[in-house]
Design a binder for this molecule. Structure first.
Ligand SMILES: O=C(O)c1cc(=O)[nH]c(=O)n1[C@@H]1O[C@H](COP(=O)(O)O)[C@@H](O)[C@H]1O
Length: 274
């Protein structure tokens, strides 16, 4: 999916919600365990219940890889089940020497046909560039992450800024707002969120951290929305584990709907301010 299609999708659906399919077989409702593929049965119900409310699904590959071949099969069924026209993210956080990154890019862009993959940029230019060679595909580079450990490296002073700023600025020389997004955690302070938008005015941000990690949808929306919206806000546990009974998908829908309504109000504010 290209940038304009993503921008249009957000406008049409009045949503920039990314539902995170961090599907843990230990946490899904027990009645699904009799299915041949319980993880897929769960994902299918969540997708059916939320597909009109979100613009993206993010599949966190760790939850699938940990189950070996069965997990990869669940992942494949899930990505194939997501309706076309919804932006798909493989949250795999890959990055290695060039020829290896090329294989990672092929895995997620060609074999599994995701629109985007999360990329860890620590190994530098040759580890990121292979993800930028595919038409209408995206590298989502870790910028300032949502976790406590973001302080260990990303928020260390380097020169007259922080390490994450150096990463962002350098990555912006390799990719463009048409093929590169940045991960920006909603748990970061509002001044940091606003500052990152100044550093990268046109790039989309994938924003995890609302819901279970306590980040504020309002804060990130007010601080970091740009004229194209420029945000994909992810919530995983808060949506997919909203309920645990037979009607778990209805419970997931209710939470997704709340997020979508709140997002519509921020999108309207953006239009009014323009
Ligand atoms: O790249 C990510 O998606 C990511 C980056 C980050 O800084 N923080 C973060 O939580 N994530 C992912 O976003 C999701 C957050 O899940 P919840 O906290 O359950 O909403 C998980 O899949 C995390 O792996």
């Amino acid at each position: 999916m290209n940038r304009q299609e993503l921008v249009n999708l957000i406008k049409e659906k009045q949503s920039y919600l990314c539902v995170g399919l961090d599907t843990d077989i230990q946490k899904i409702p027990k009645h699904l365990l009799s299915h041949a593929d319980p993880v897929f049965a769960f994902n299918k119900a969540i997708i059916d219940a939320t597909k009109d409310l979100c613009v993206s699904y993010k599949i966190n590959t760790a939850f699938y890889e940990s189950m070996g071949i069965r997990g990869w099969e669940s992942l494949q069924r899930t990505v194939e089940y997501i309706p076309s026209g919804i932006f798909t993210i493989a949250d795999a956080k890959r990055g290695d020497i060039g020829n290896t990154s090329t294989q990672y890019a092929k895995t997620f862009f060609e074999t599994y046909k995701f629109d985007a993959v999360t990329v860890a940029p620590y190994m530098g230019r040759d580890s990121v560039e292979p993800f930028l060679q595919f038409s209408e595909k995206w590298a989502i580079v870790l910028g300032l992450t949502s976790n406590e450990g973001s302080q260990d490296f990303q928020l260390q002073p380097v020169g007259d800024g922080f390490l994450f700023e150096k990463v962002l600025k350098t990555c912006m020389e390799w990719g463009t707002p048409d093929n590169m997004m940045f991960v920006v955690g909603a748990t970061q302070s509002s001044s940091q969120l606003g500052y990152i938008r100044k550093l990268a005015p046109d790039n989309f941000f994938l924003v995890p951290g609302v819901g279970a990690q306590g980040g504020s949808l309002e804060e990130i929306s007010l601080q970091a929305m740009n004229k194209d919206c420029g945000l994909l806000v992810n919530a995983s546990r808060a949506i997919i584990y909203a309920g645990n009974g037979e009607d778990f998908a209805d419970d997931a829908r209710k939470v997704a709907r709340q997020y979508q309504l709140e997002m519509a109000s921020y999108l309207n504010k953006m239009v009014a301010a323009a």
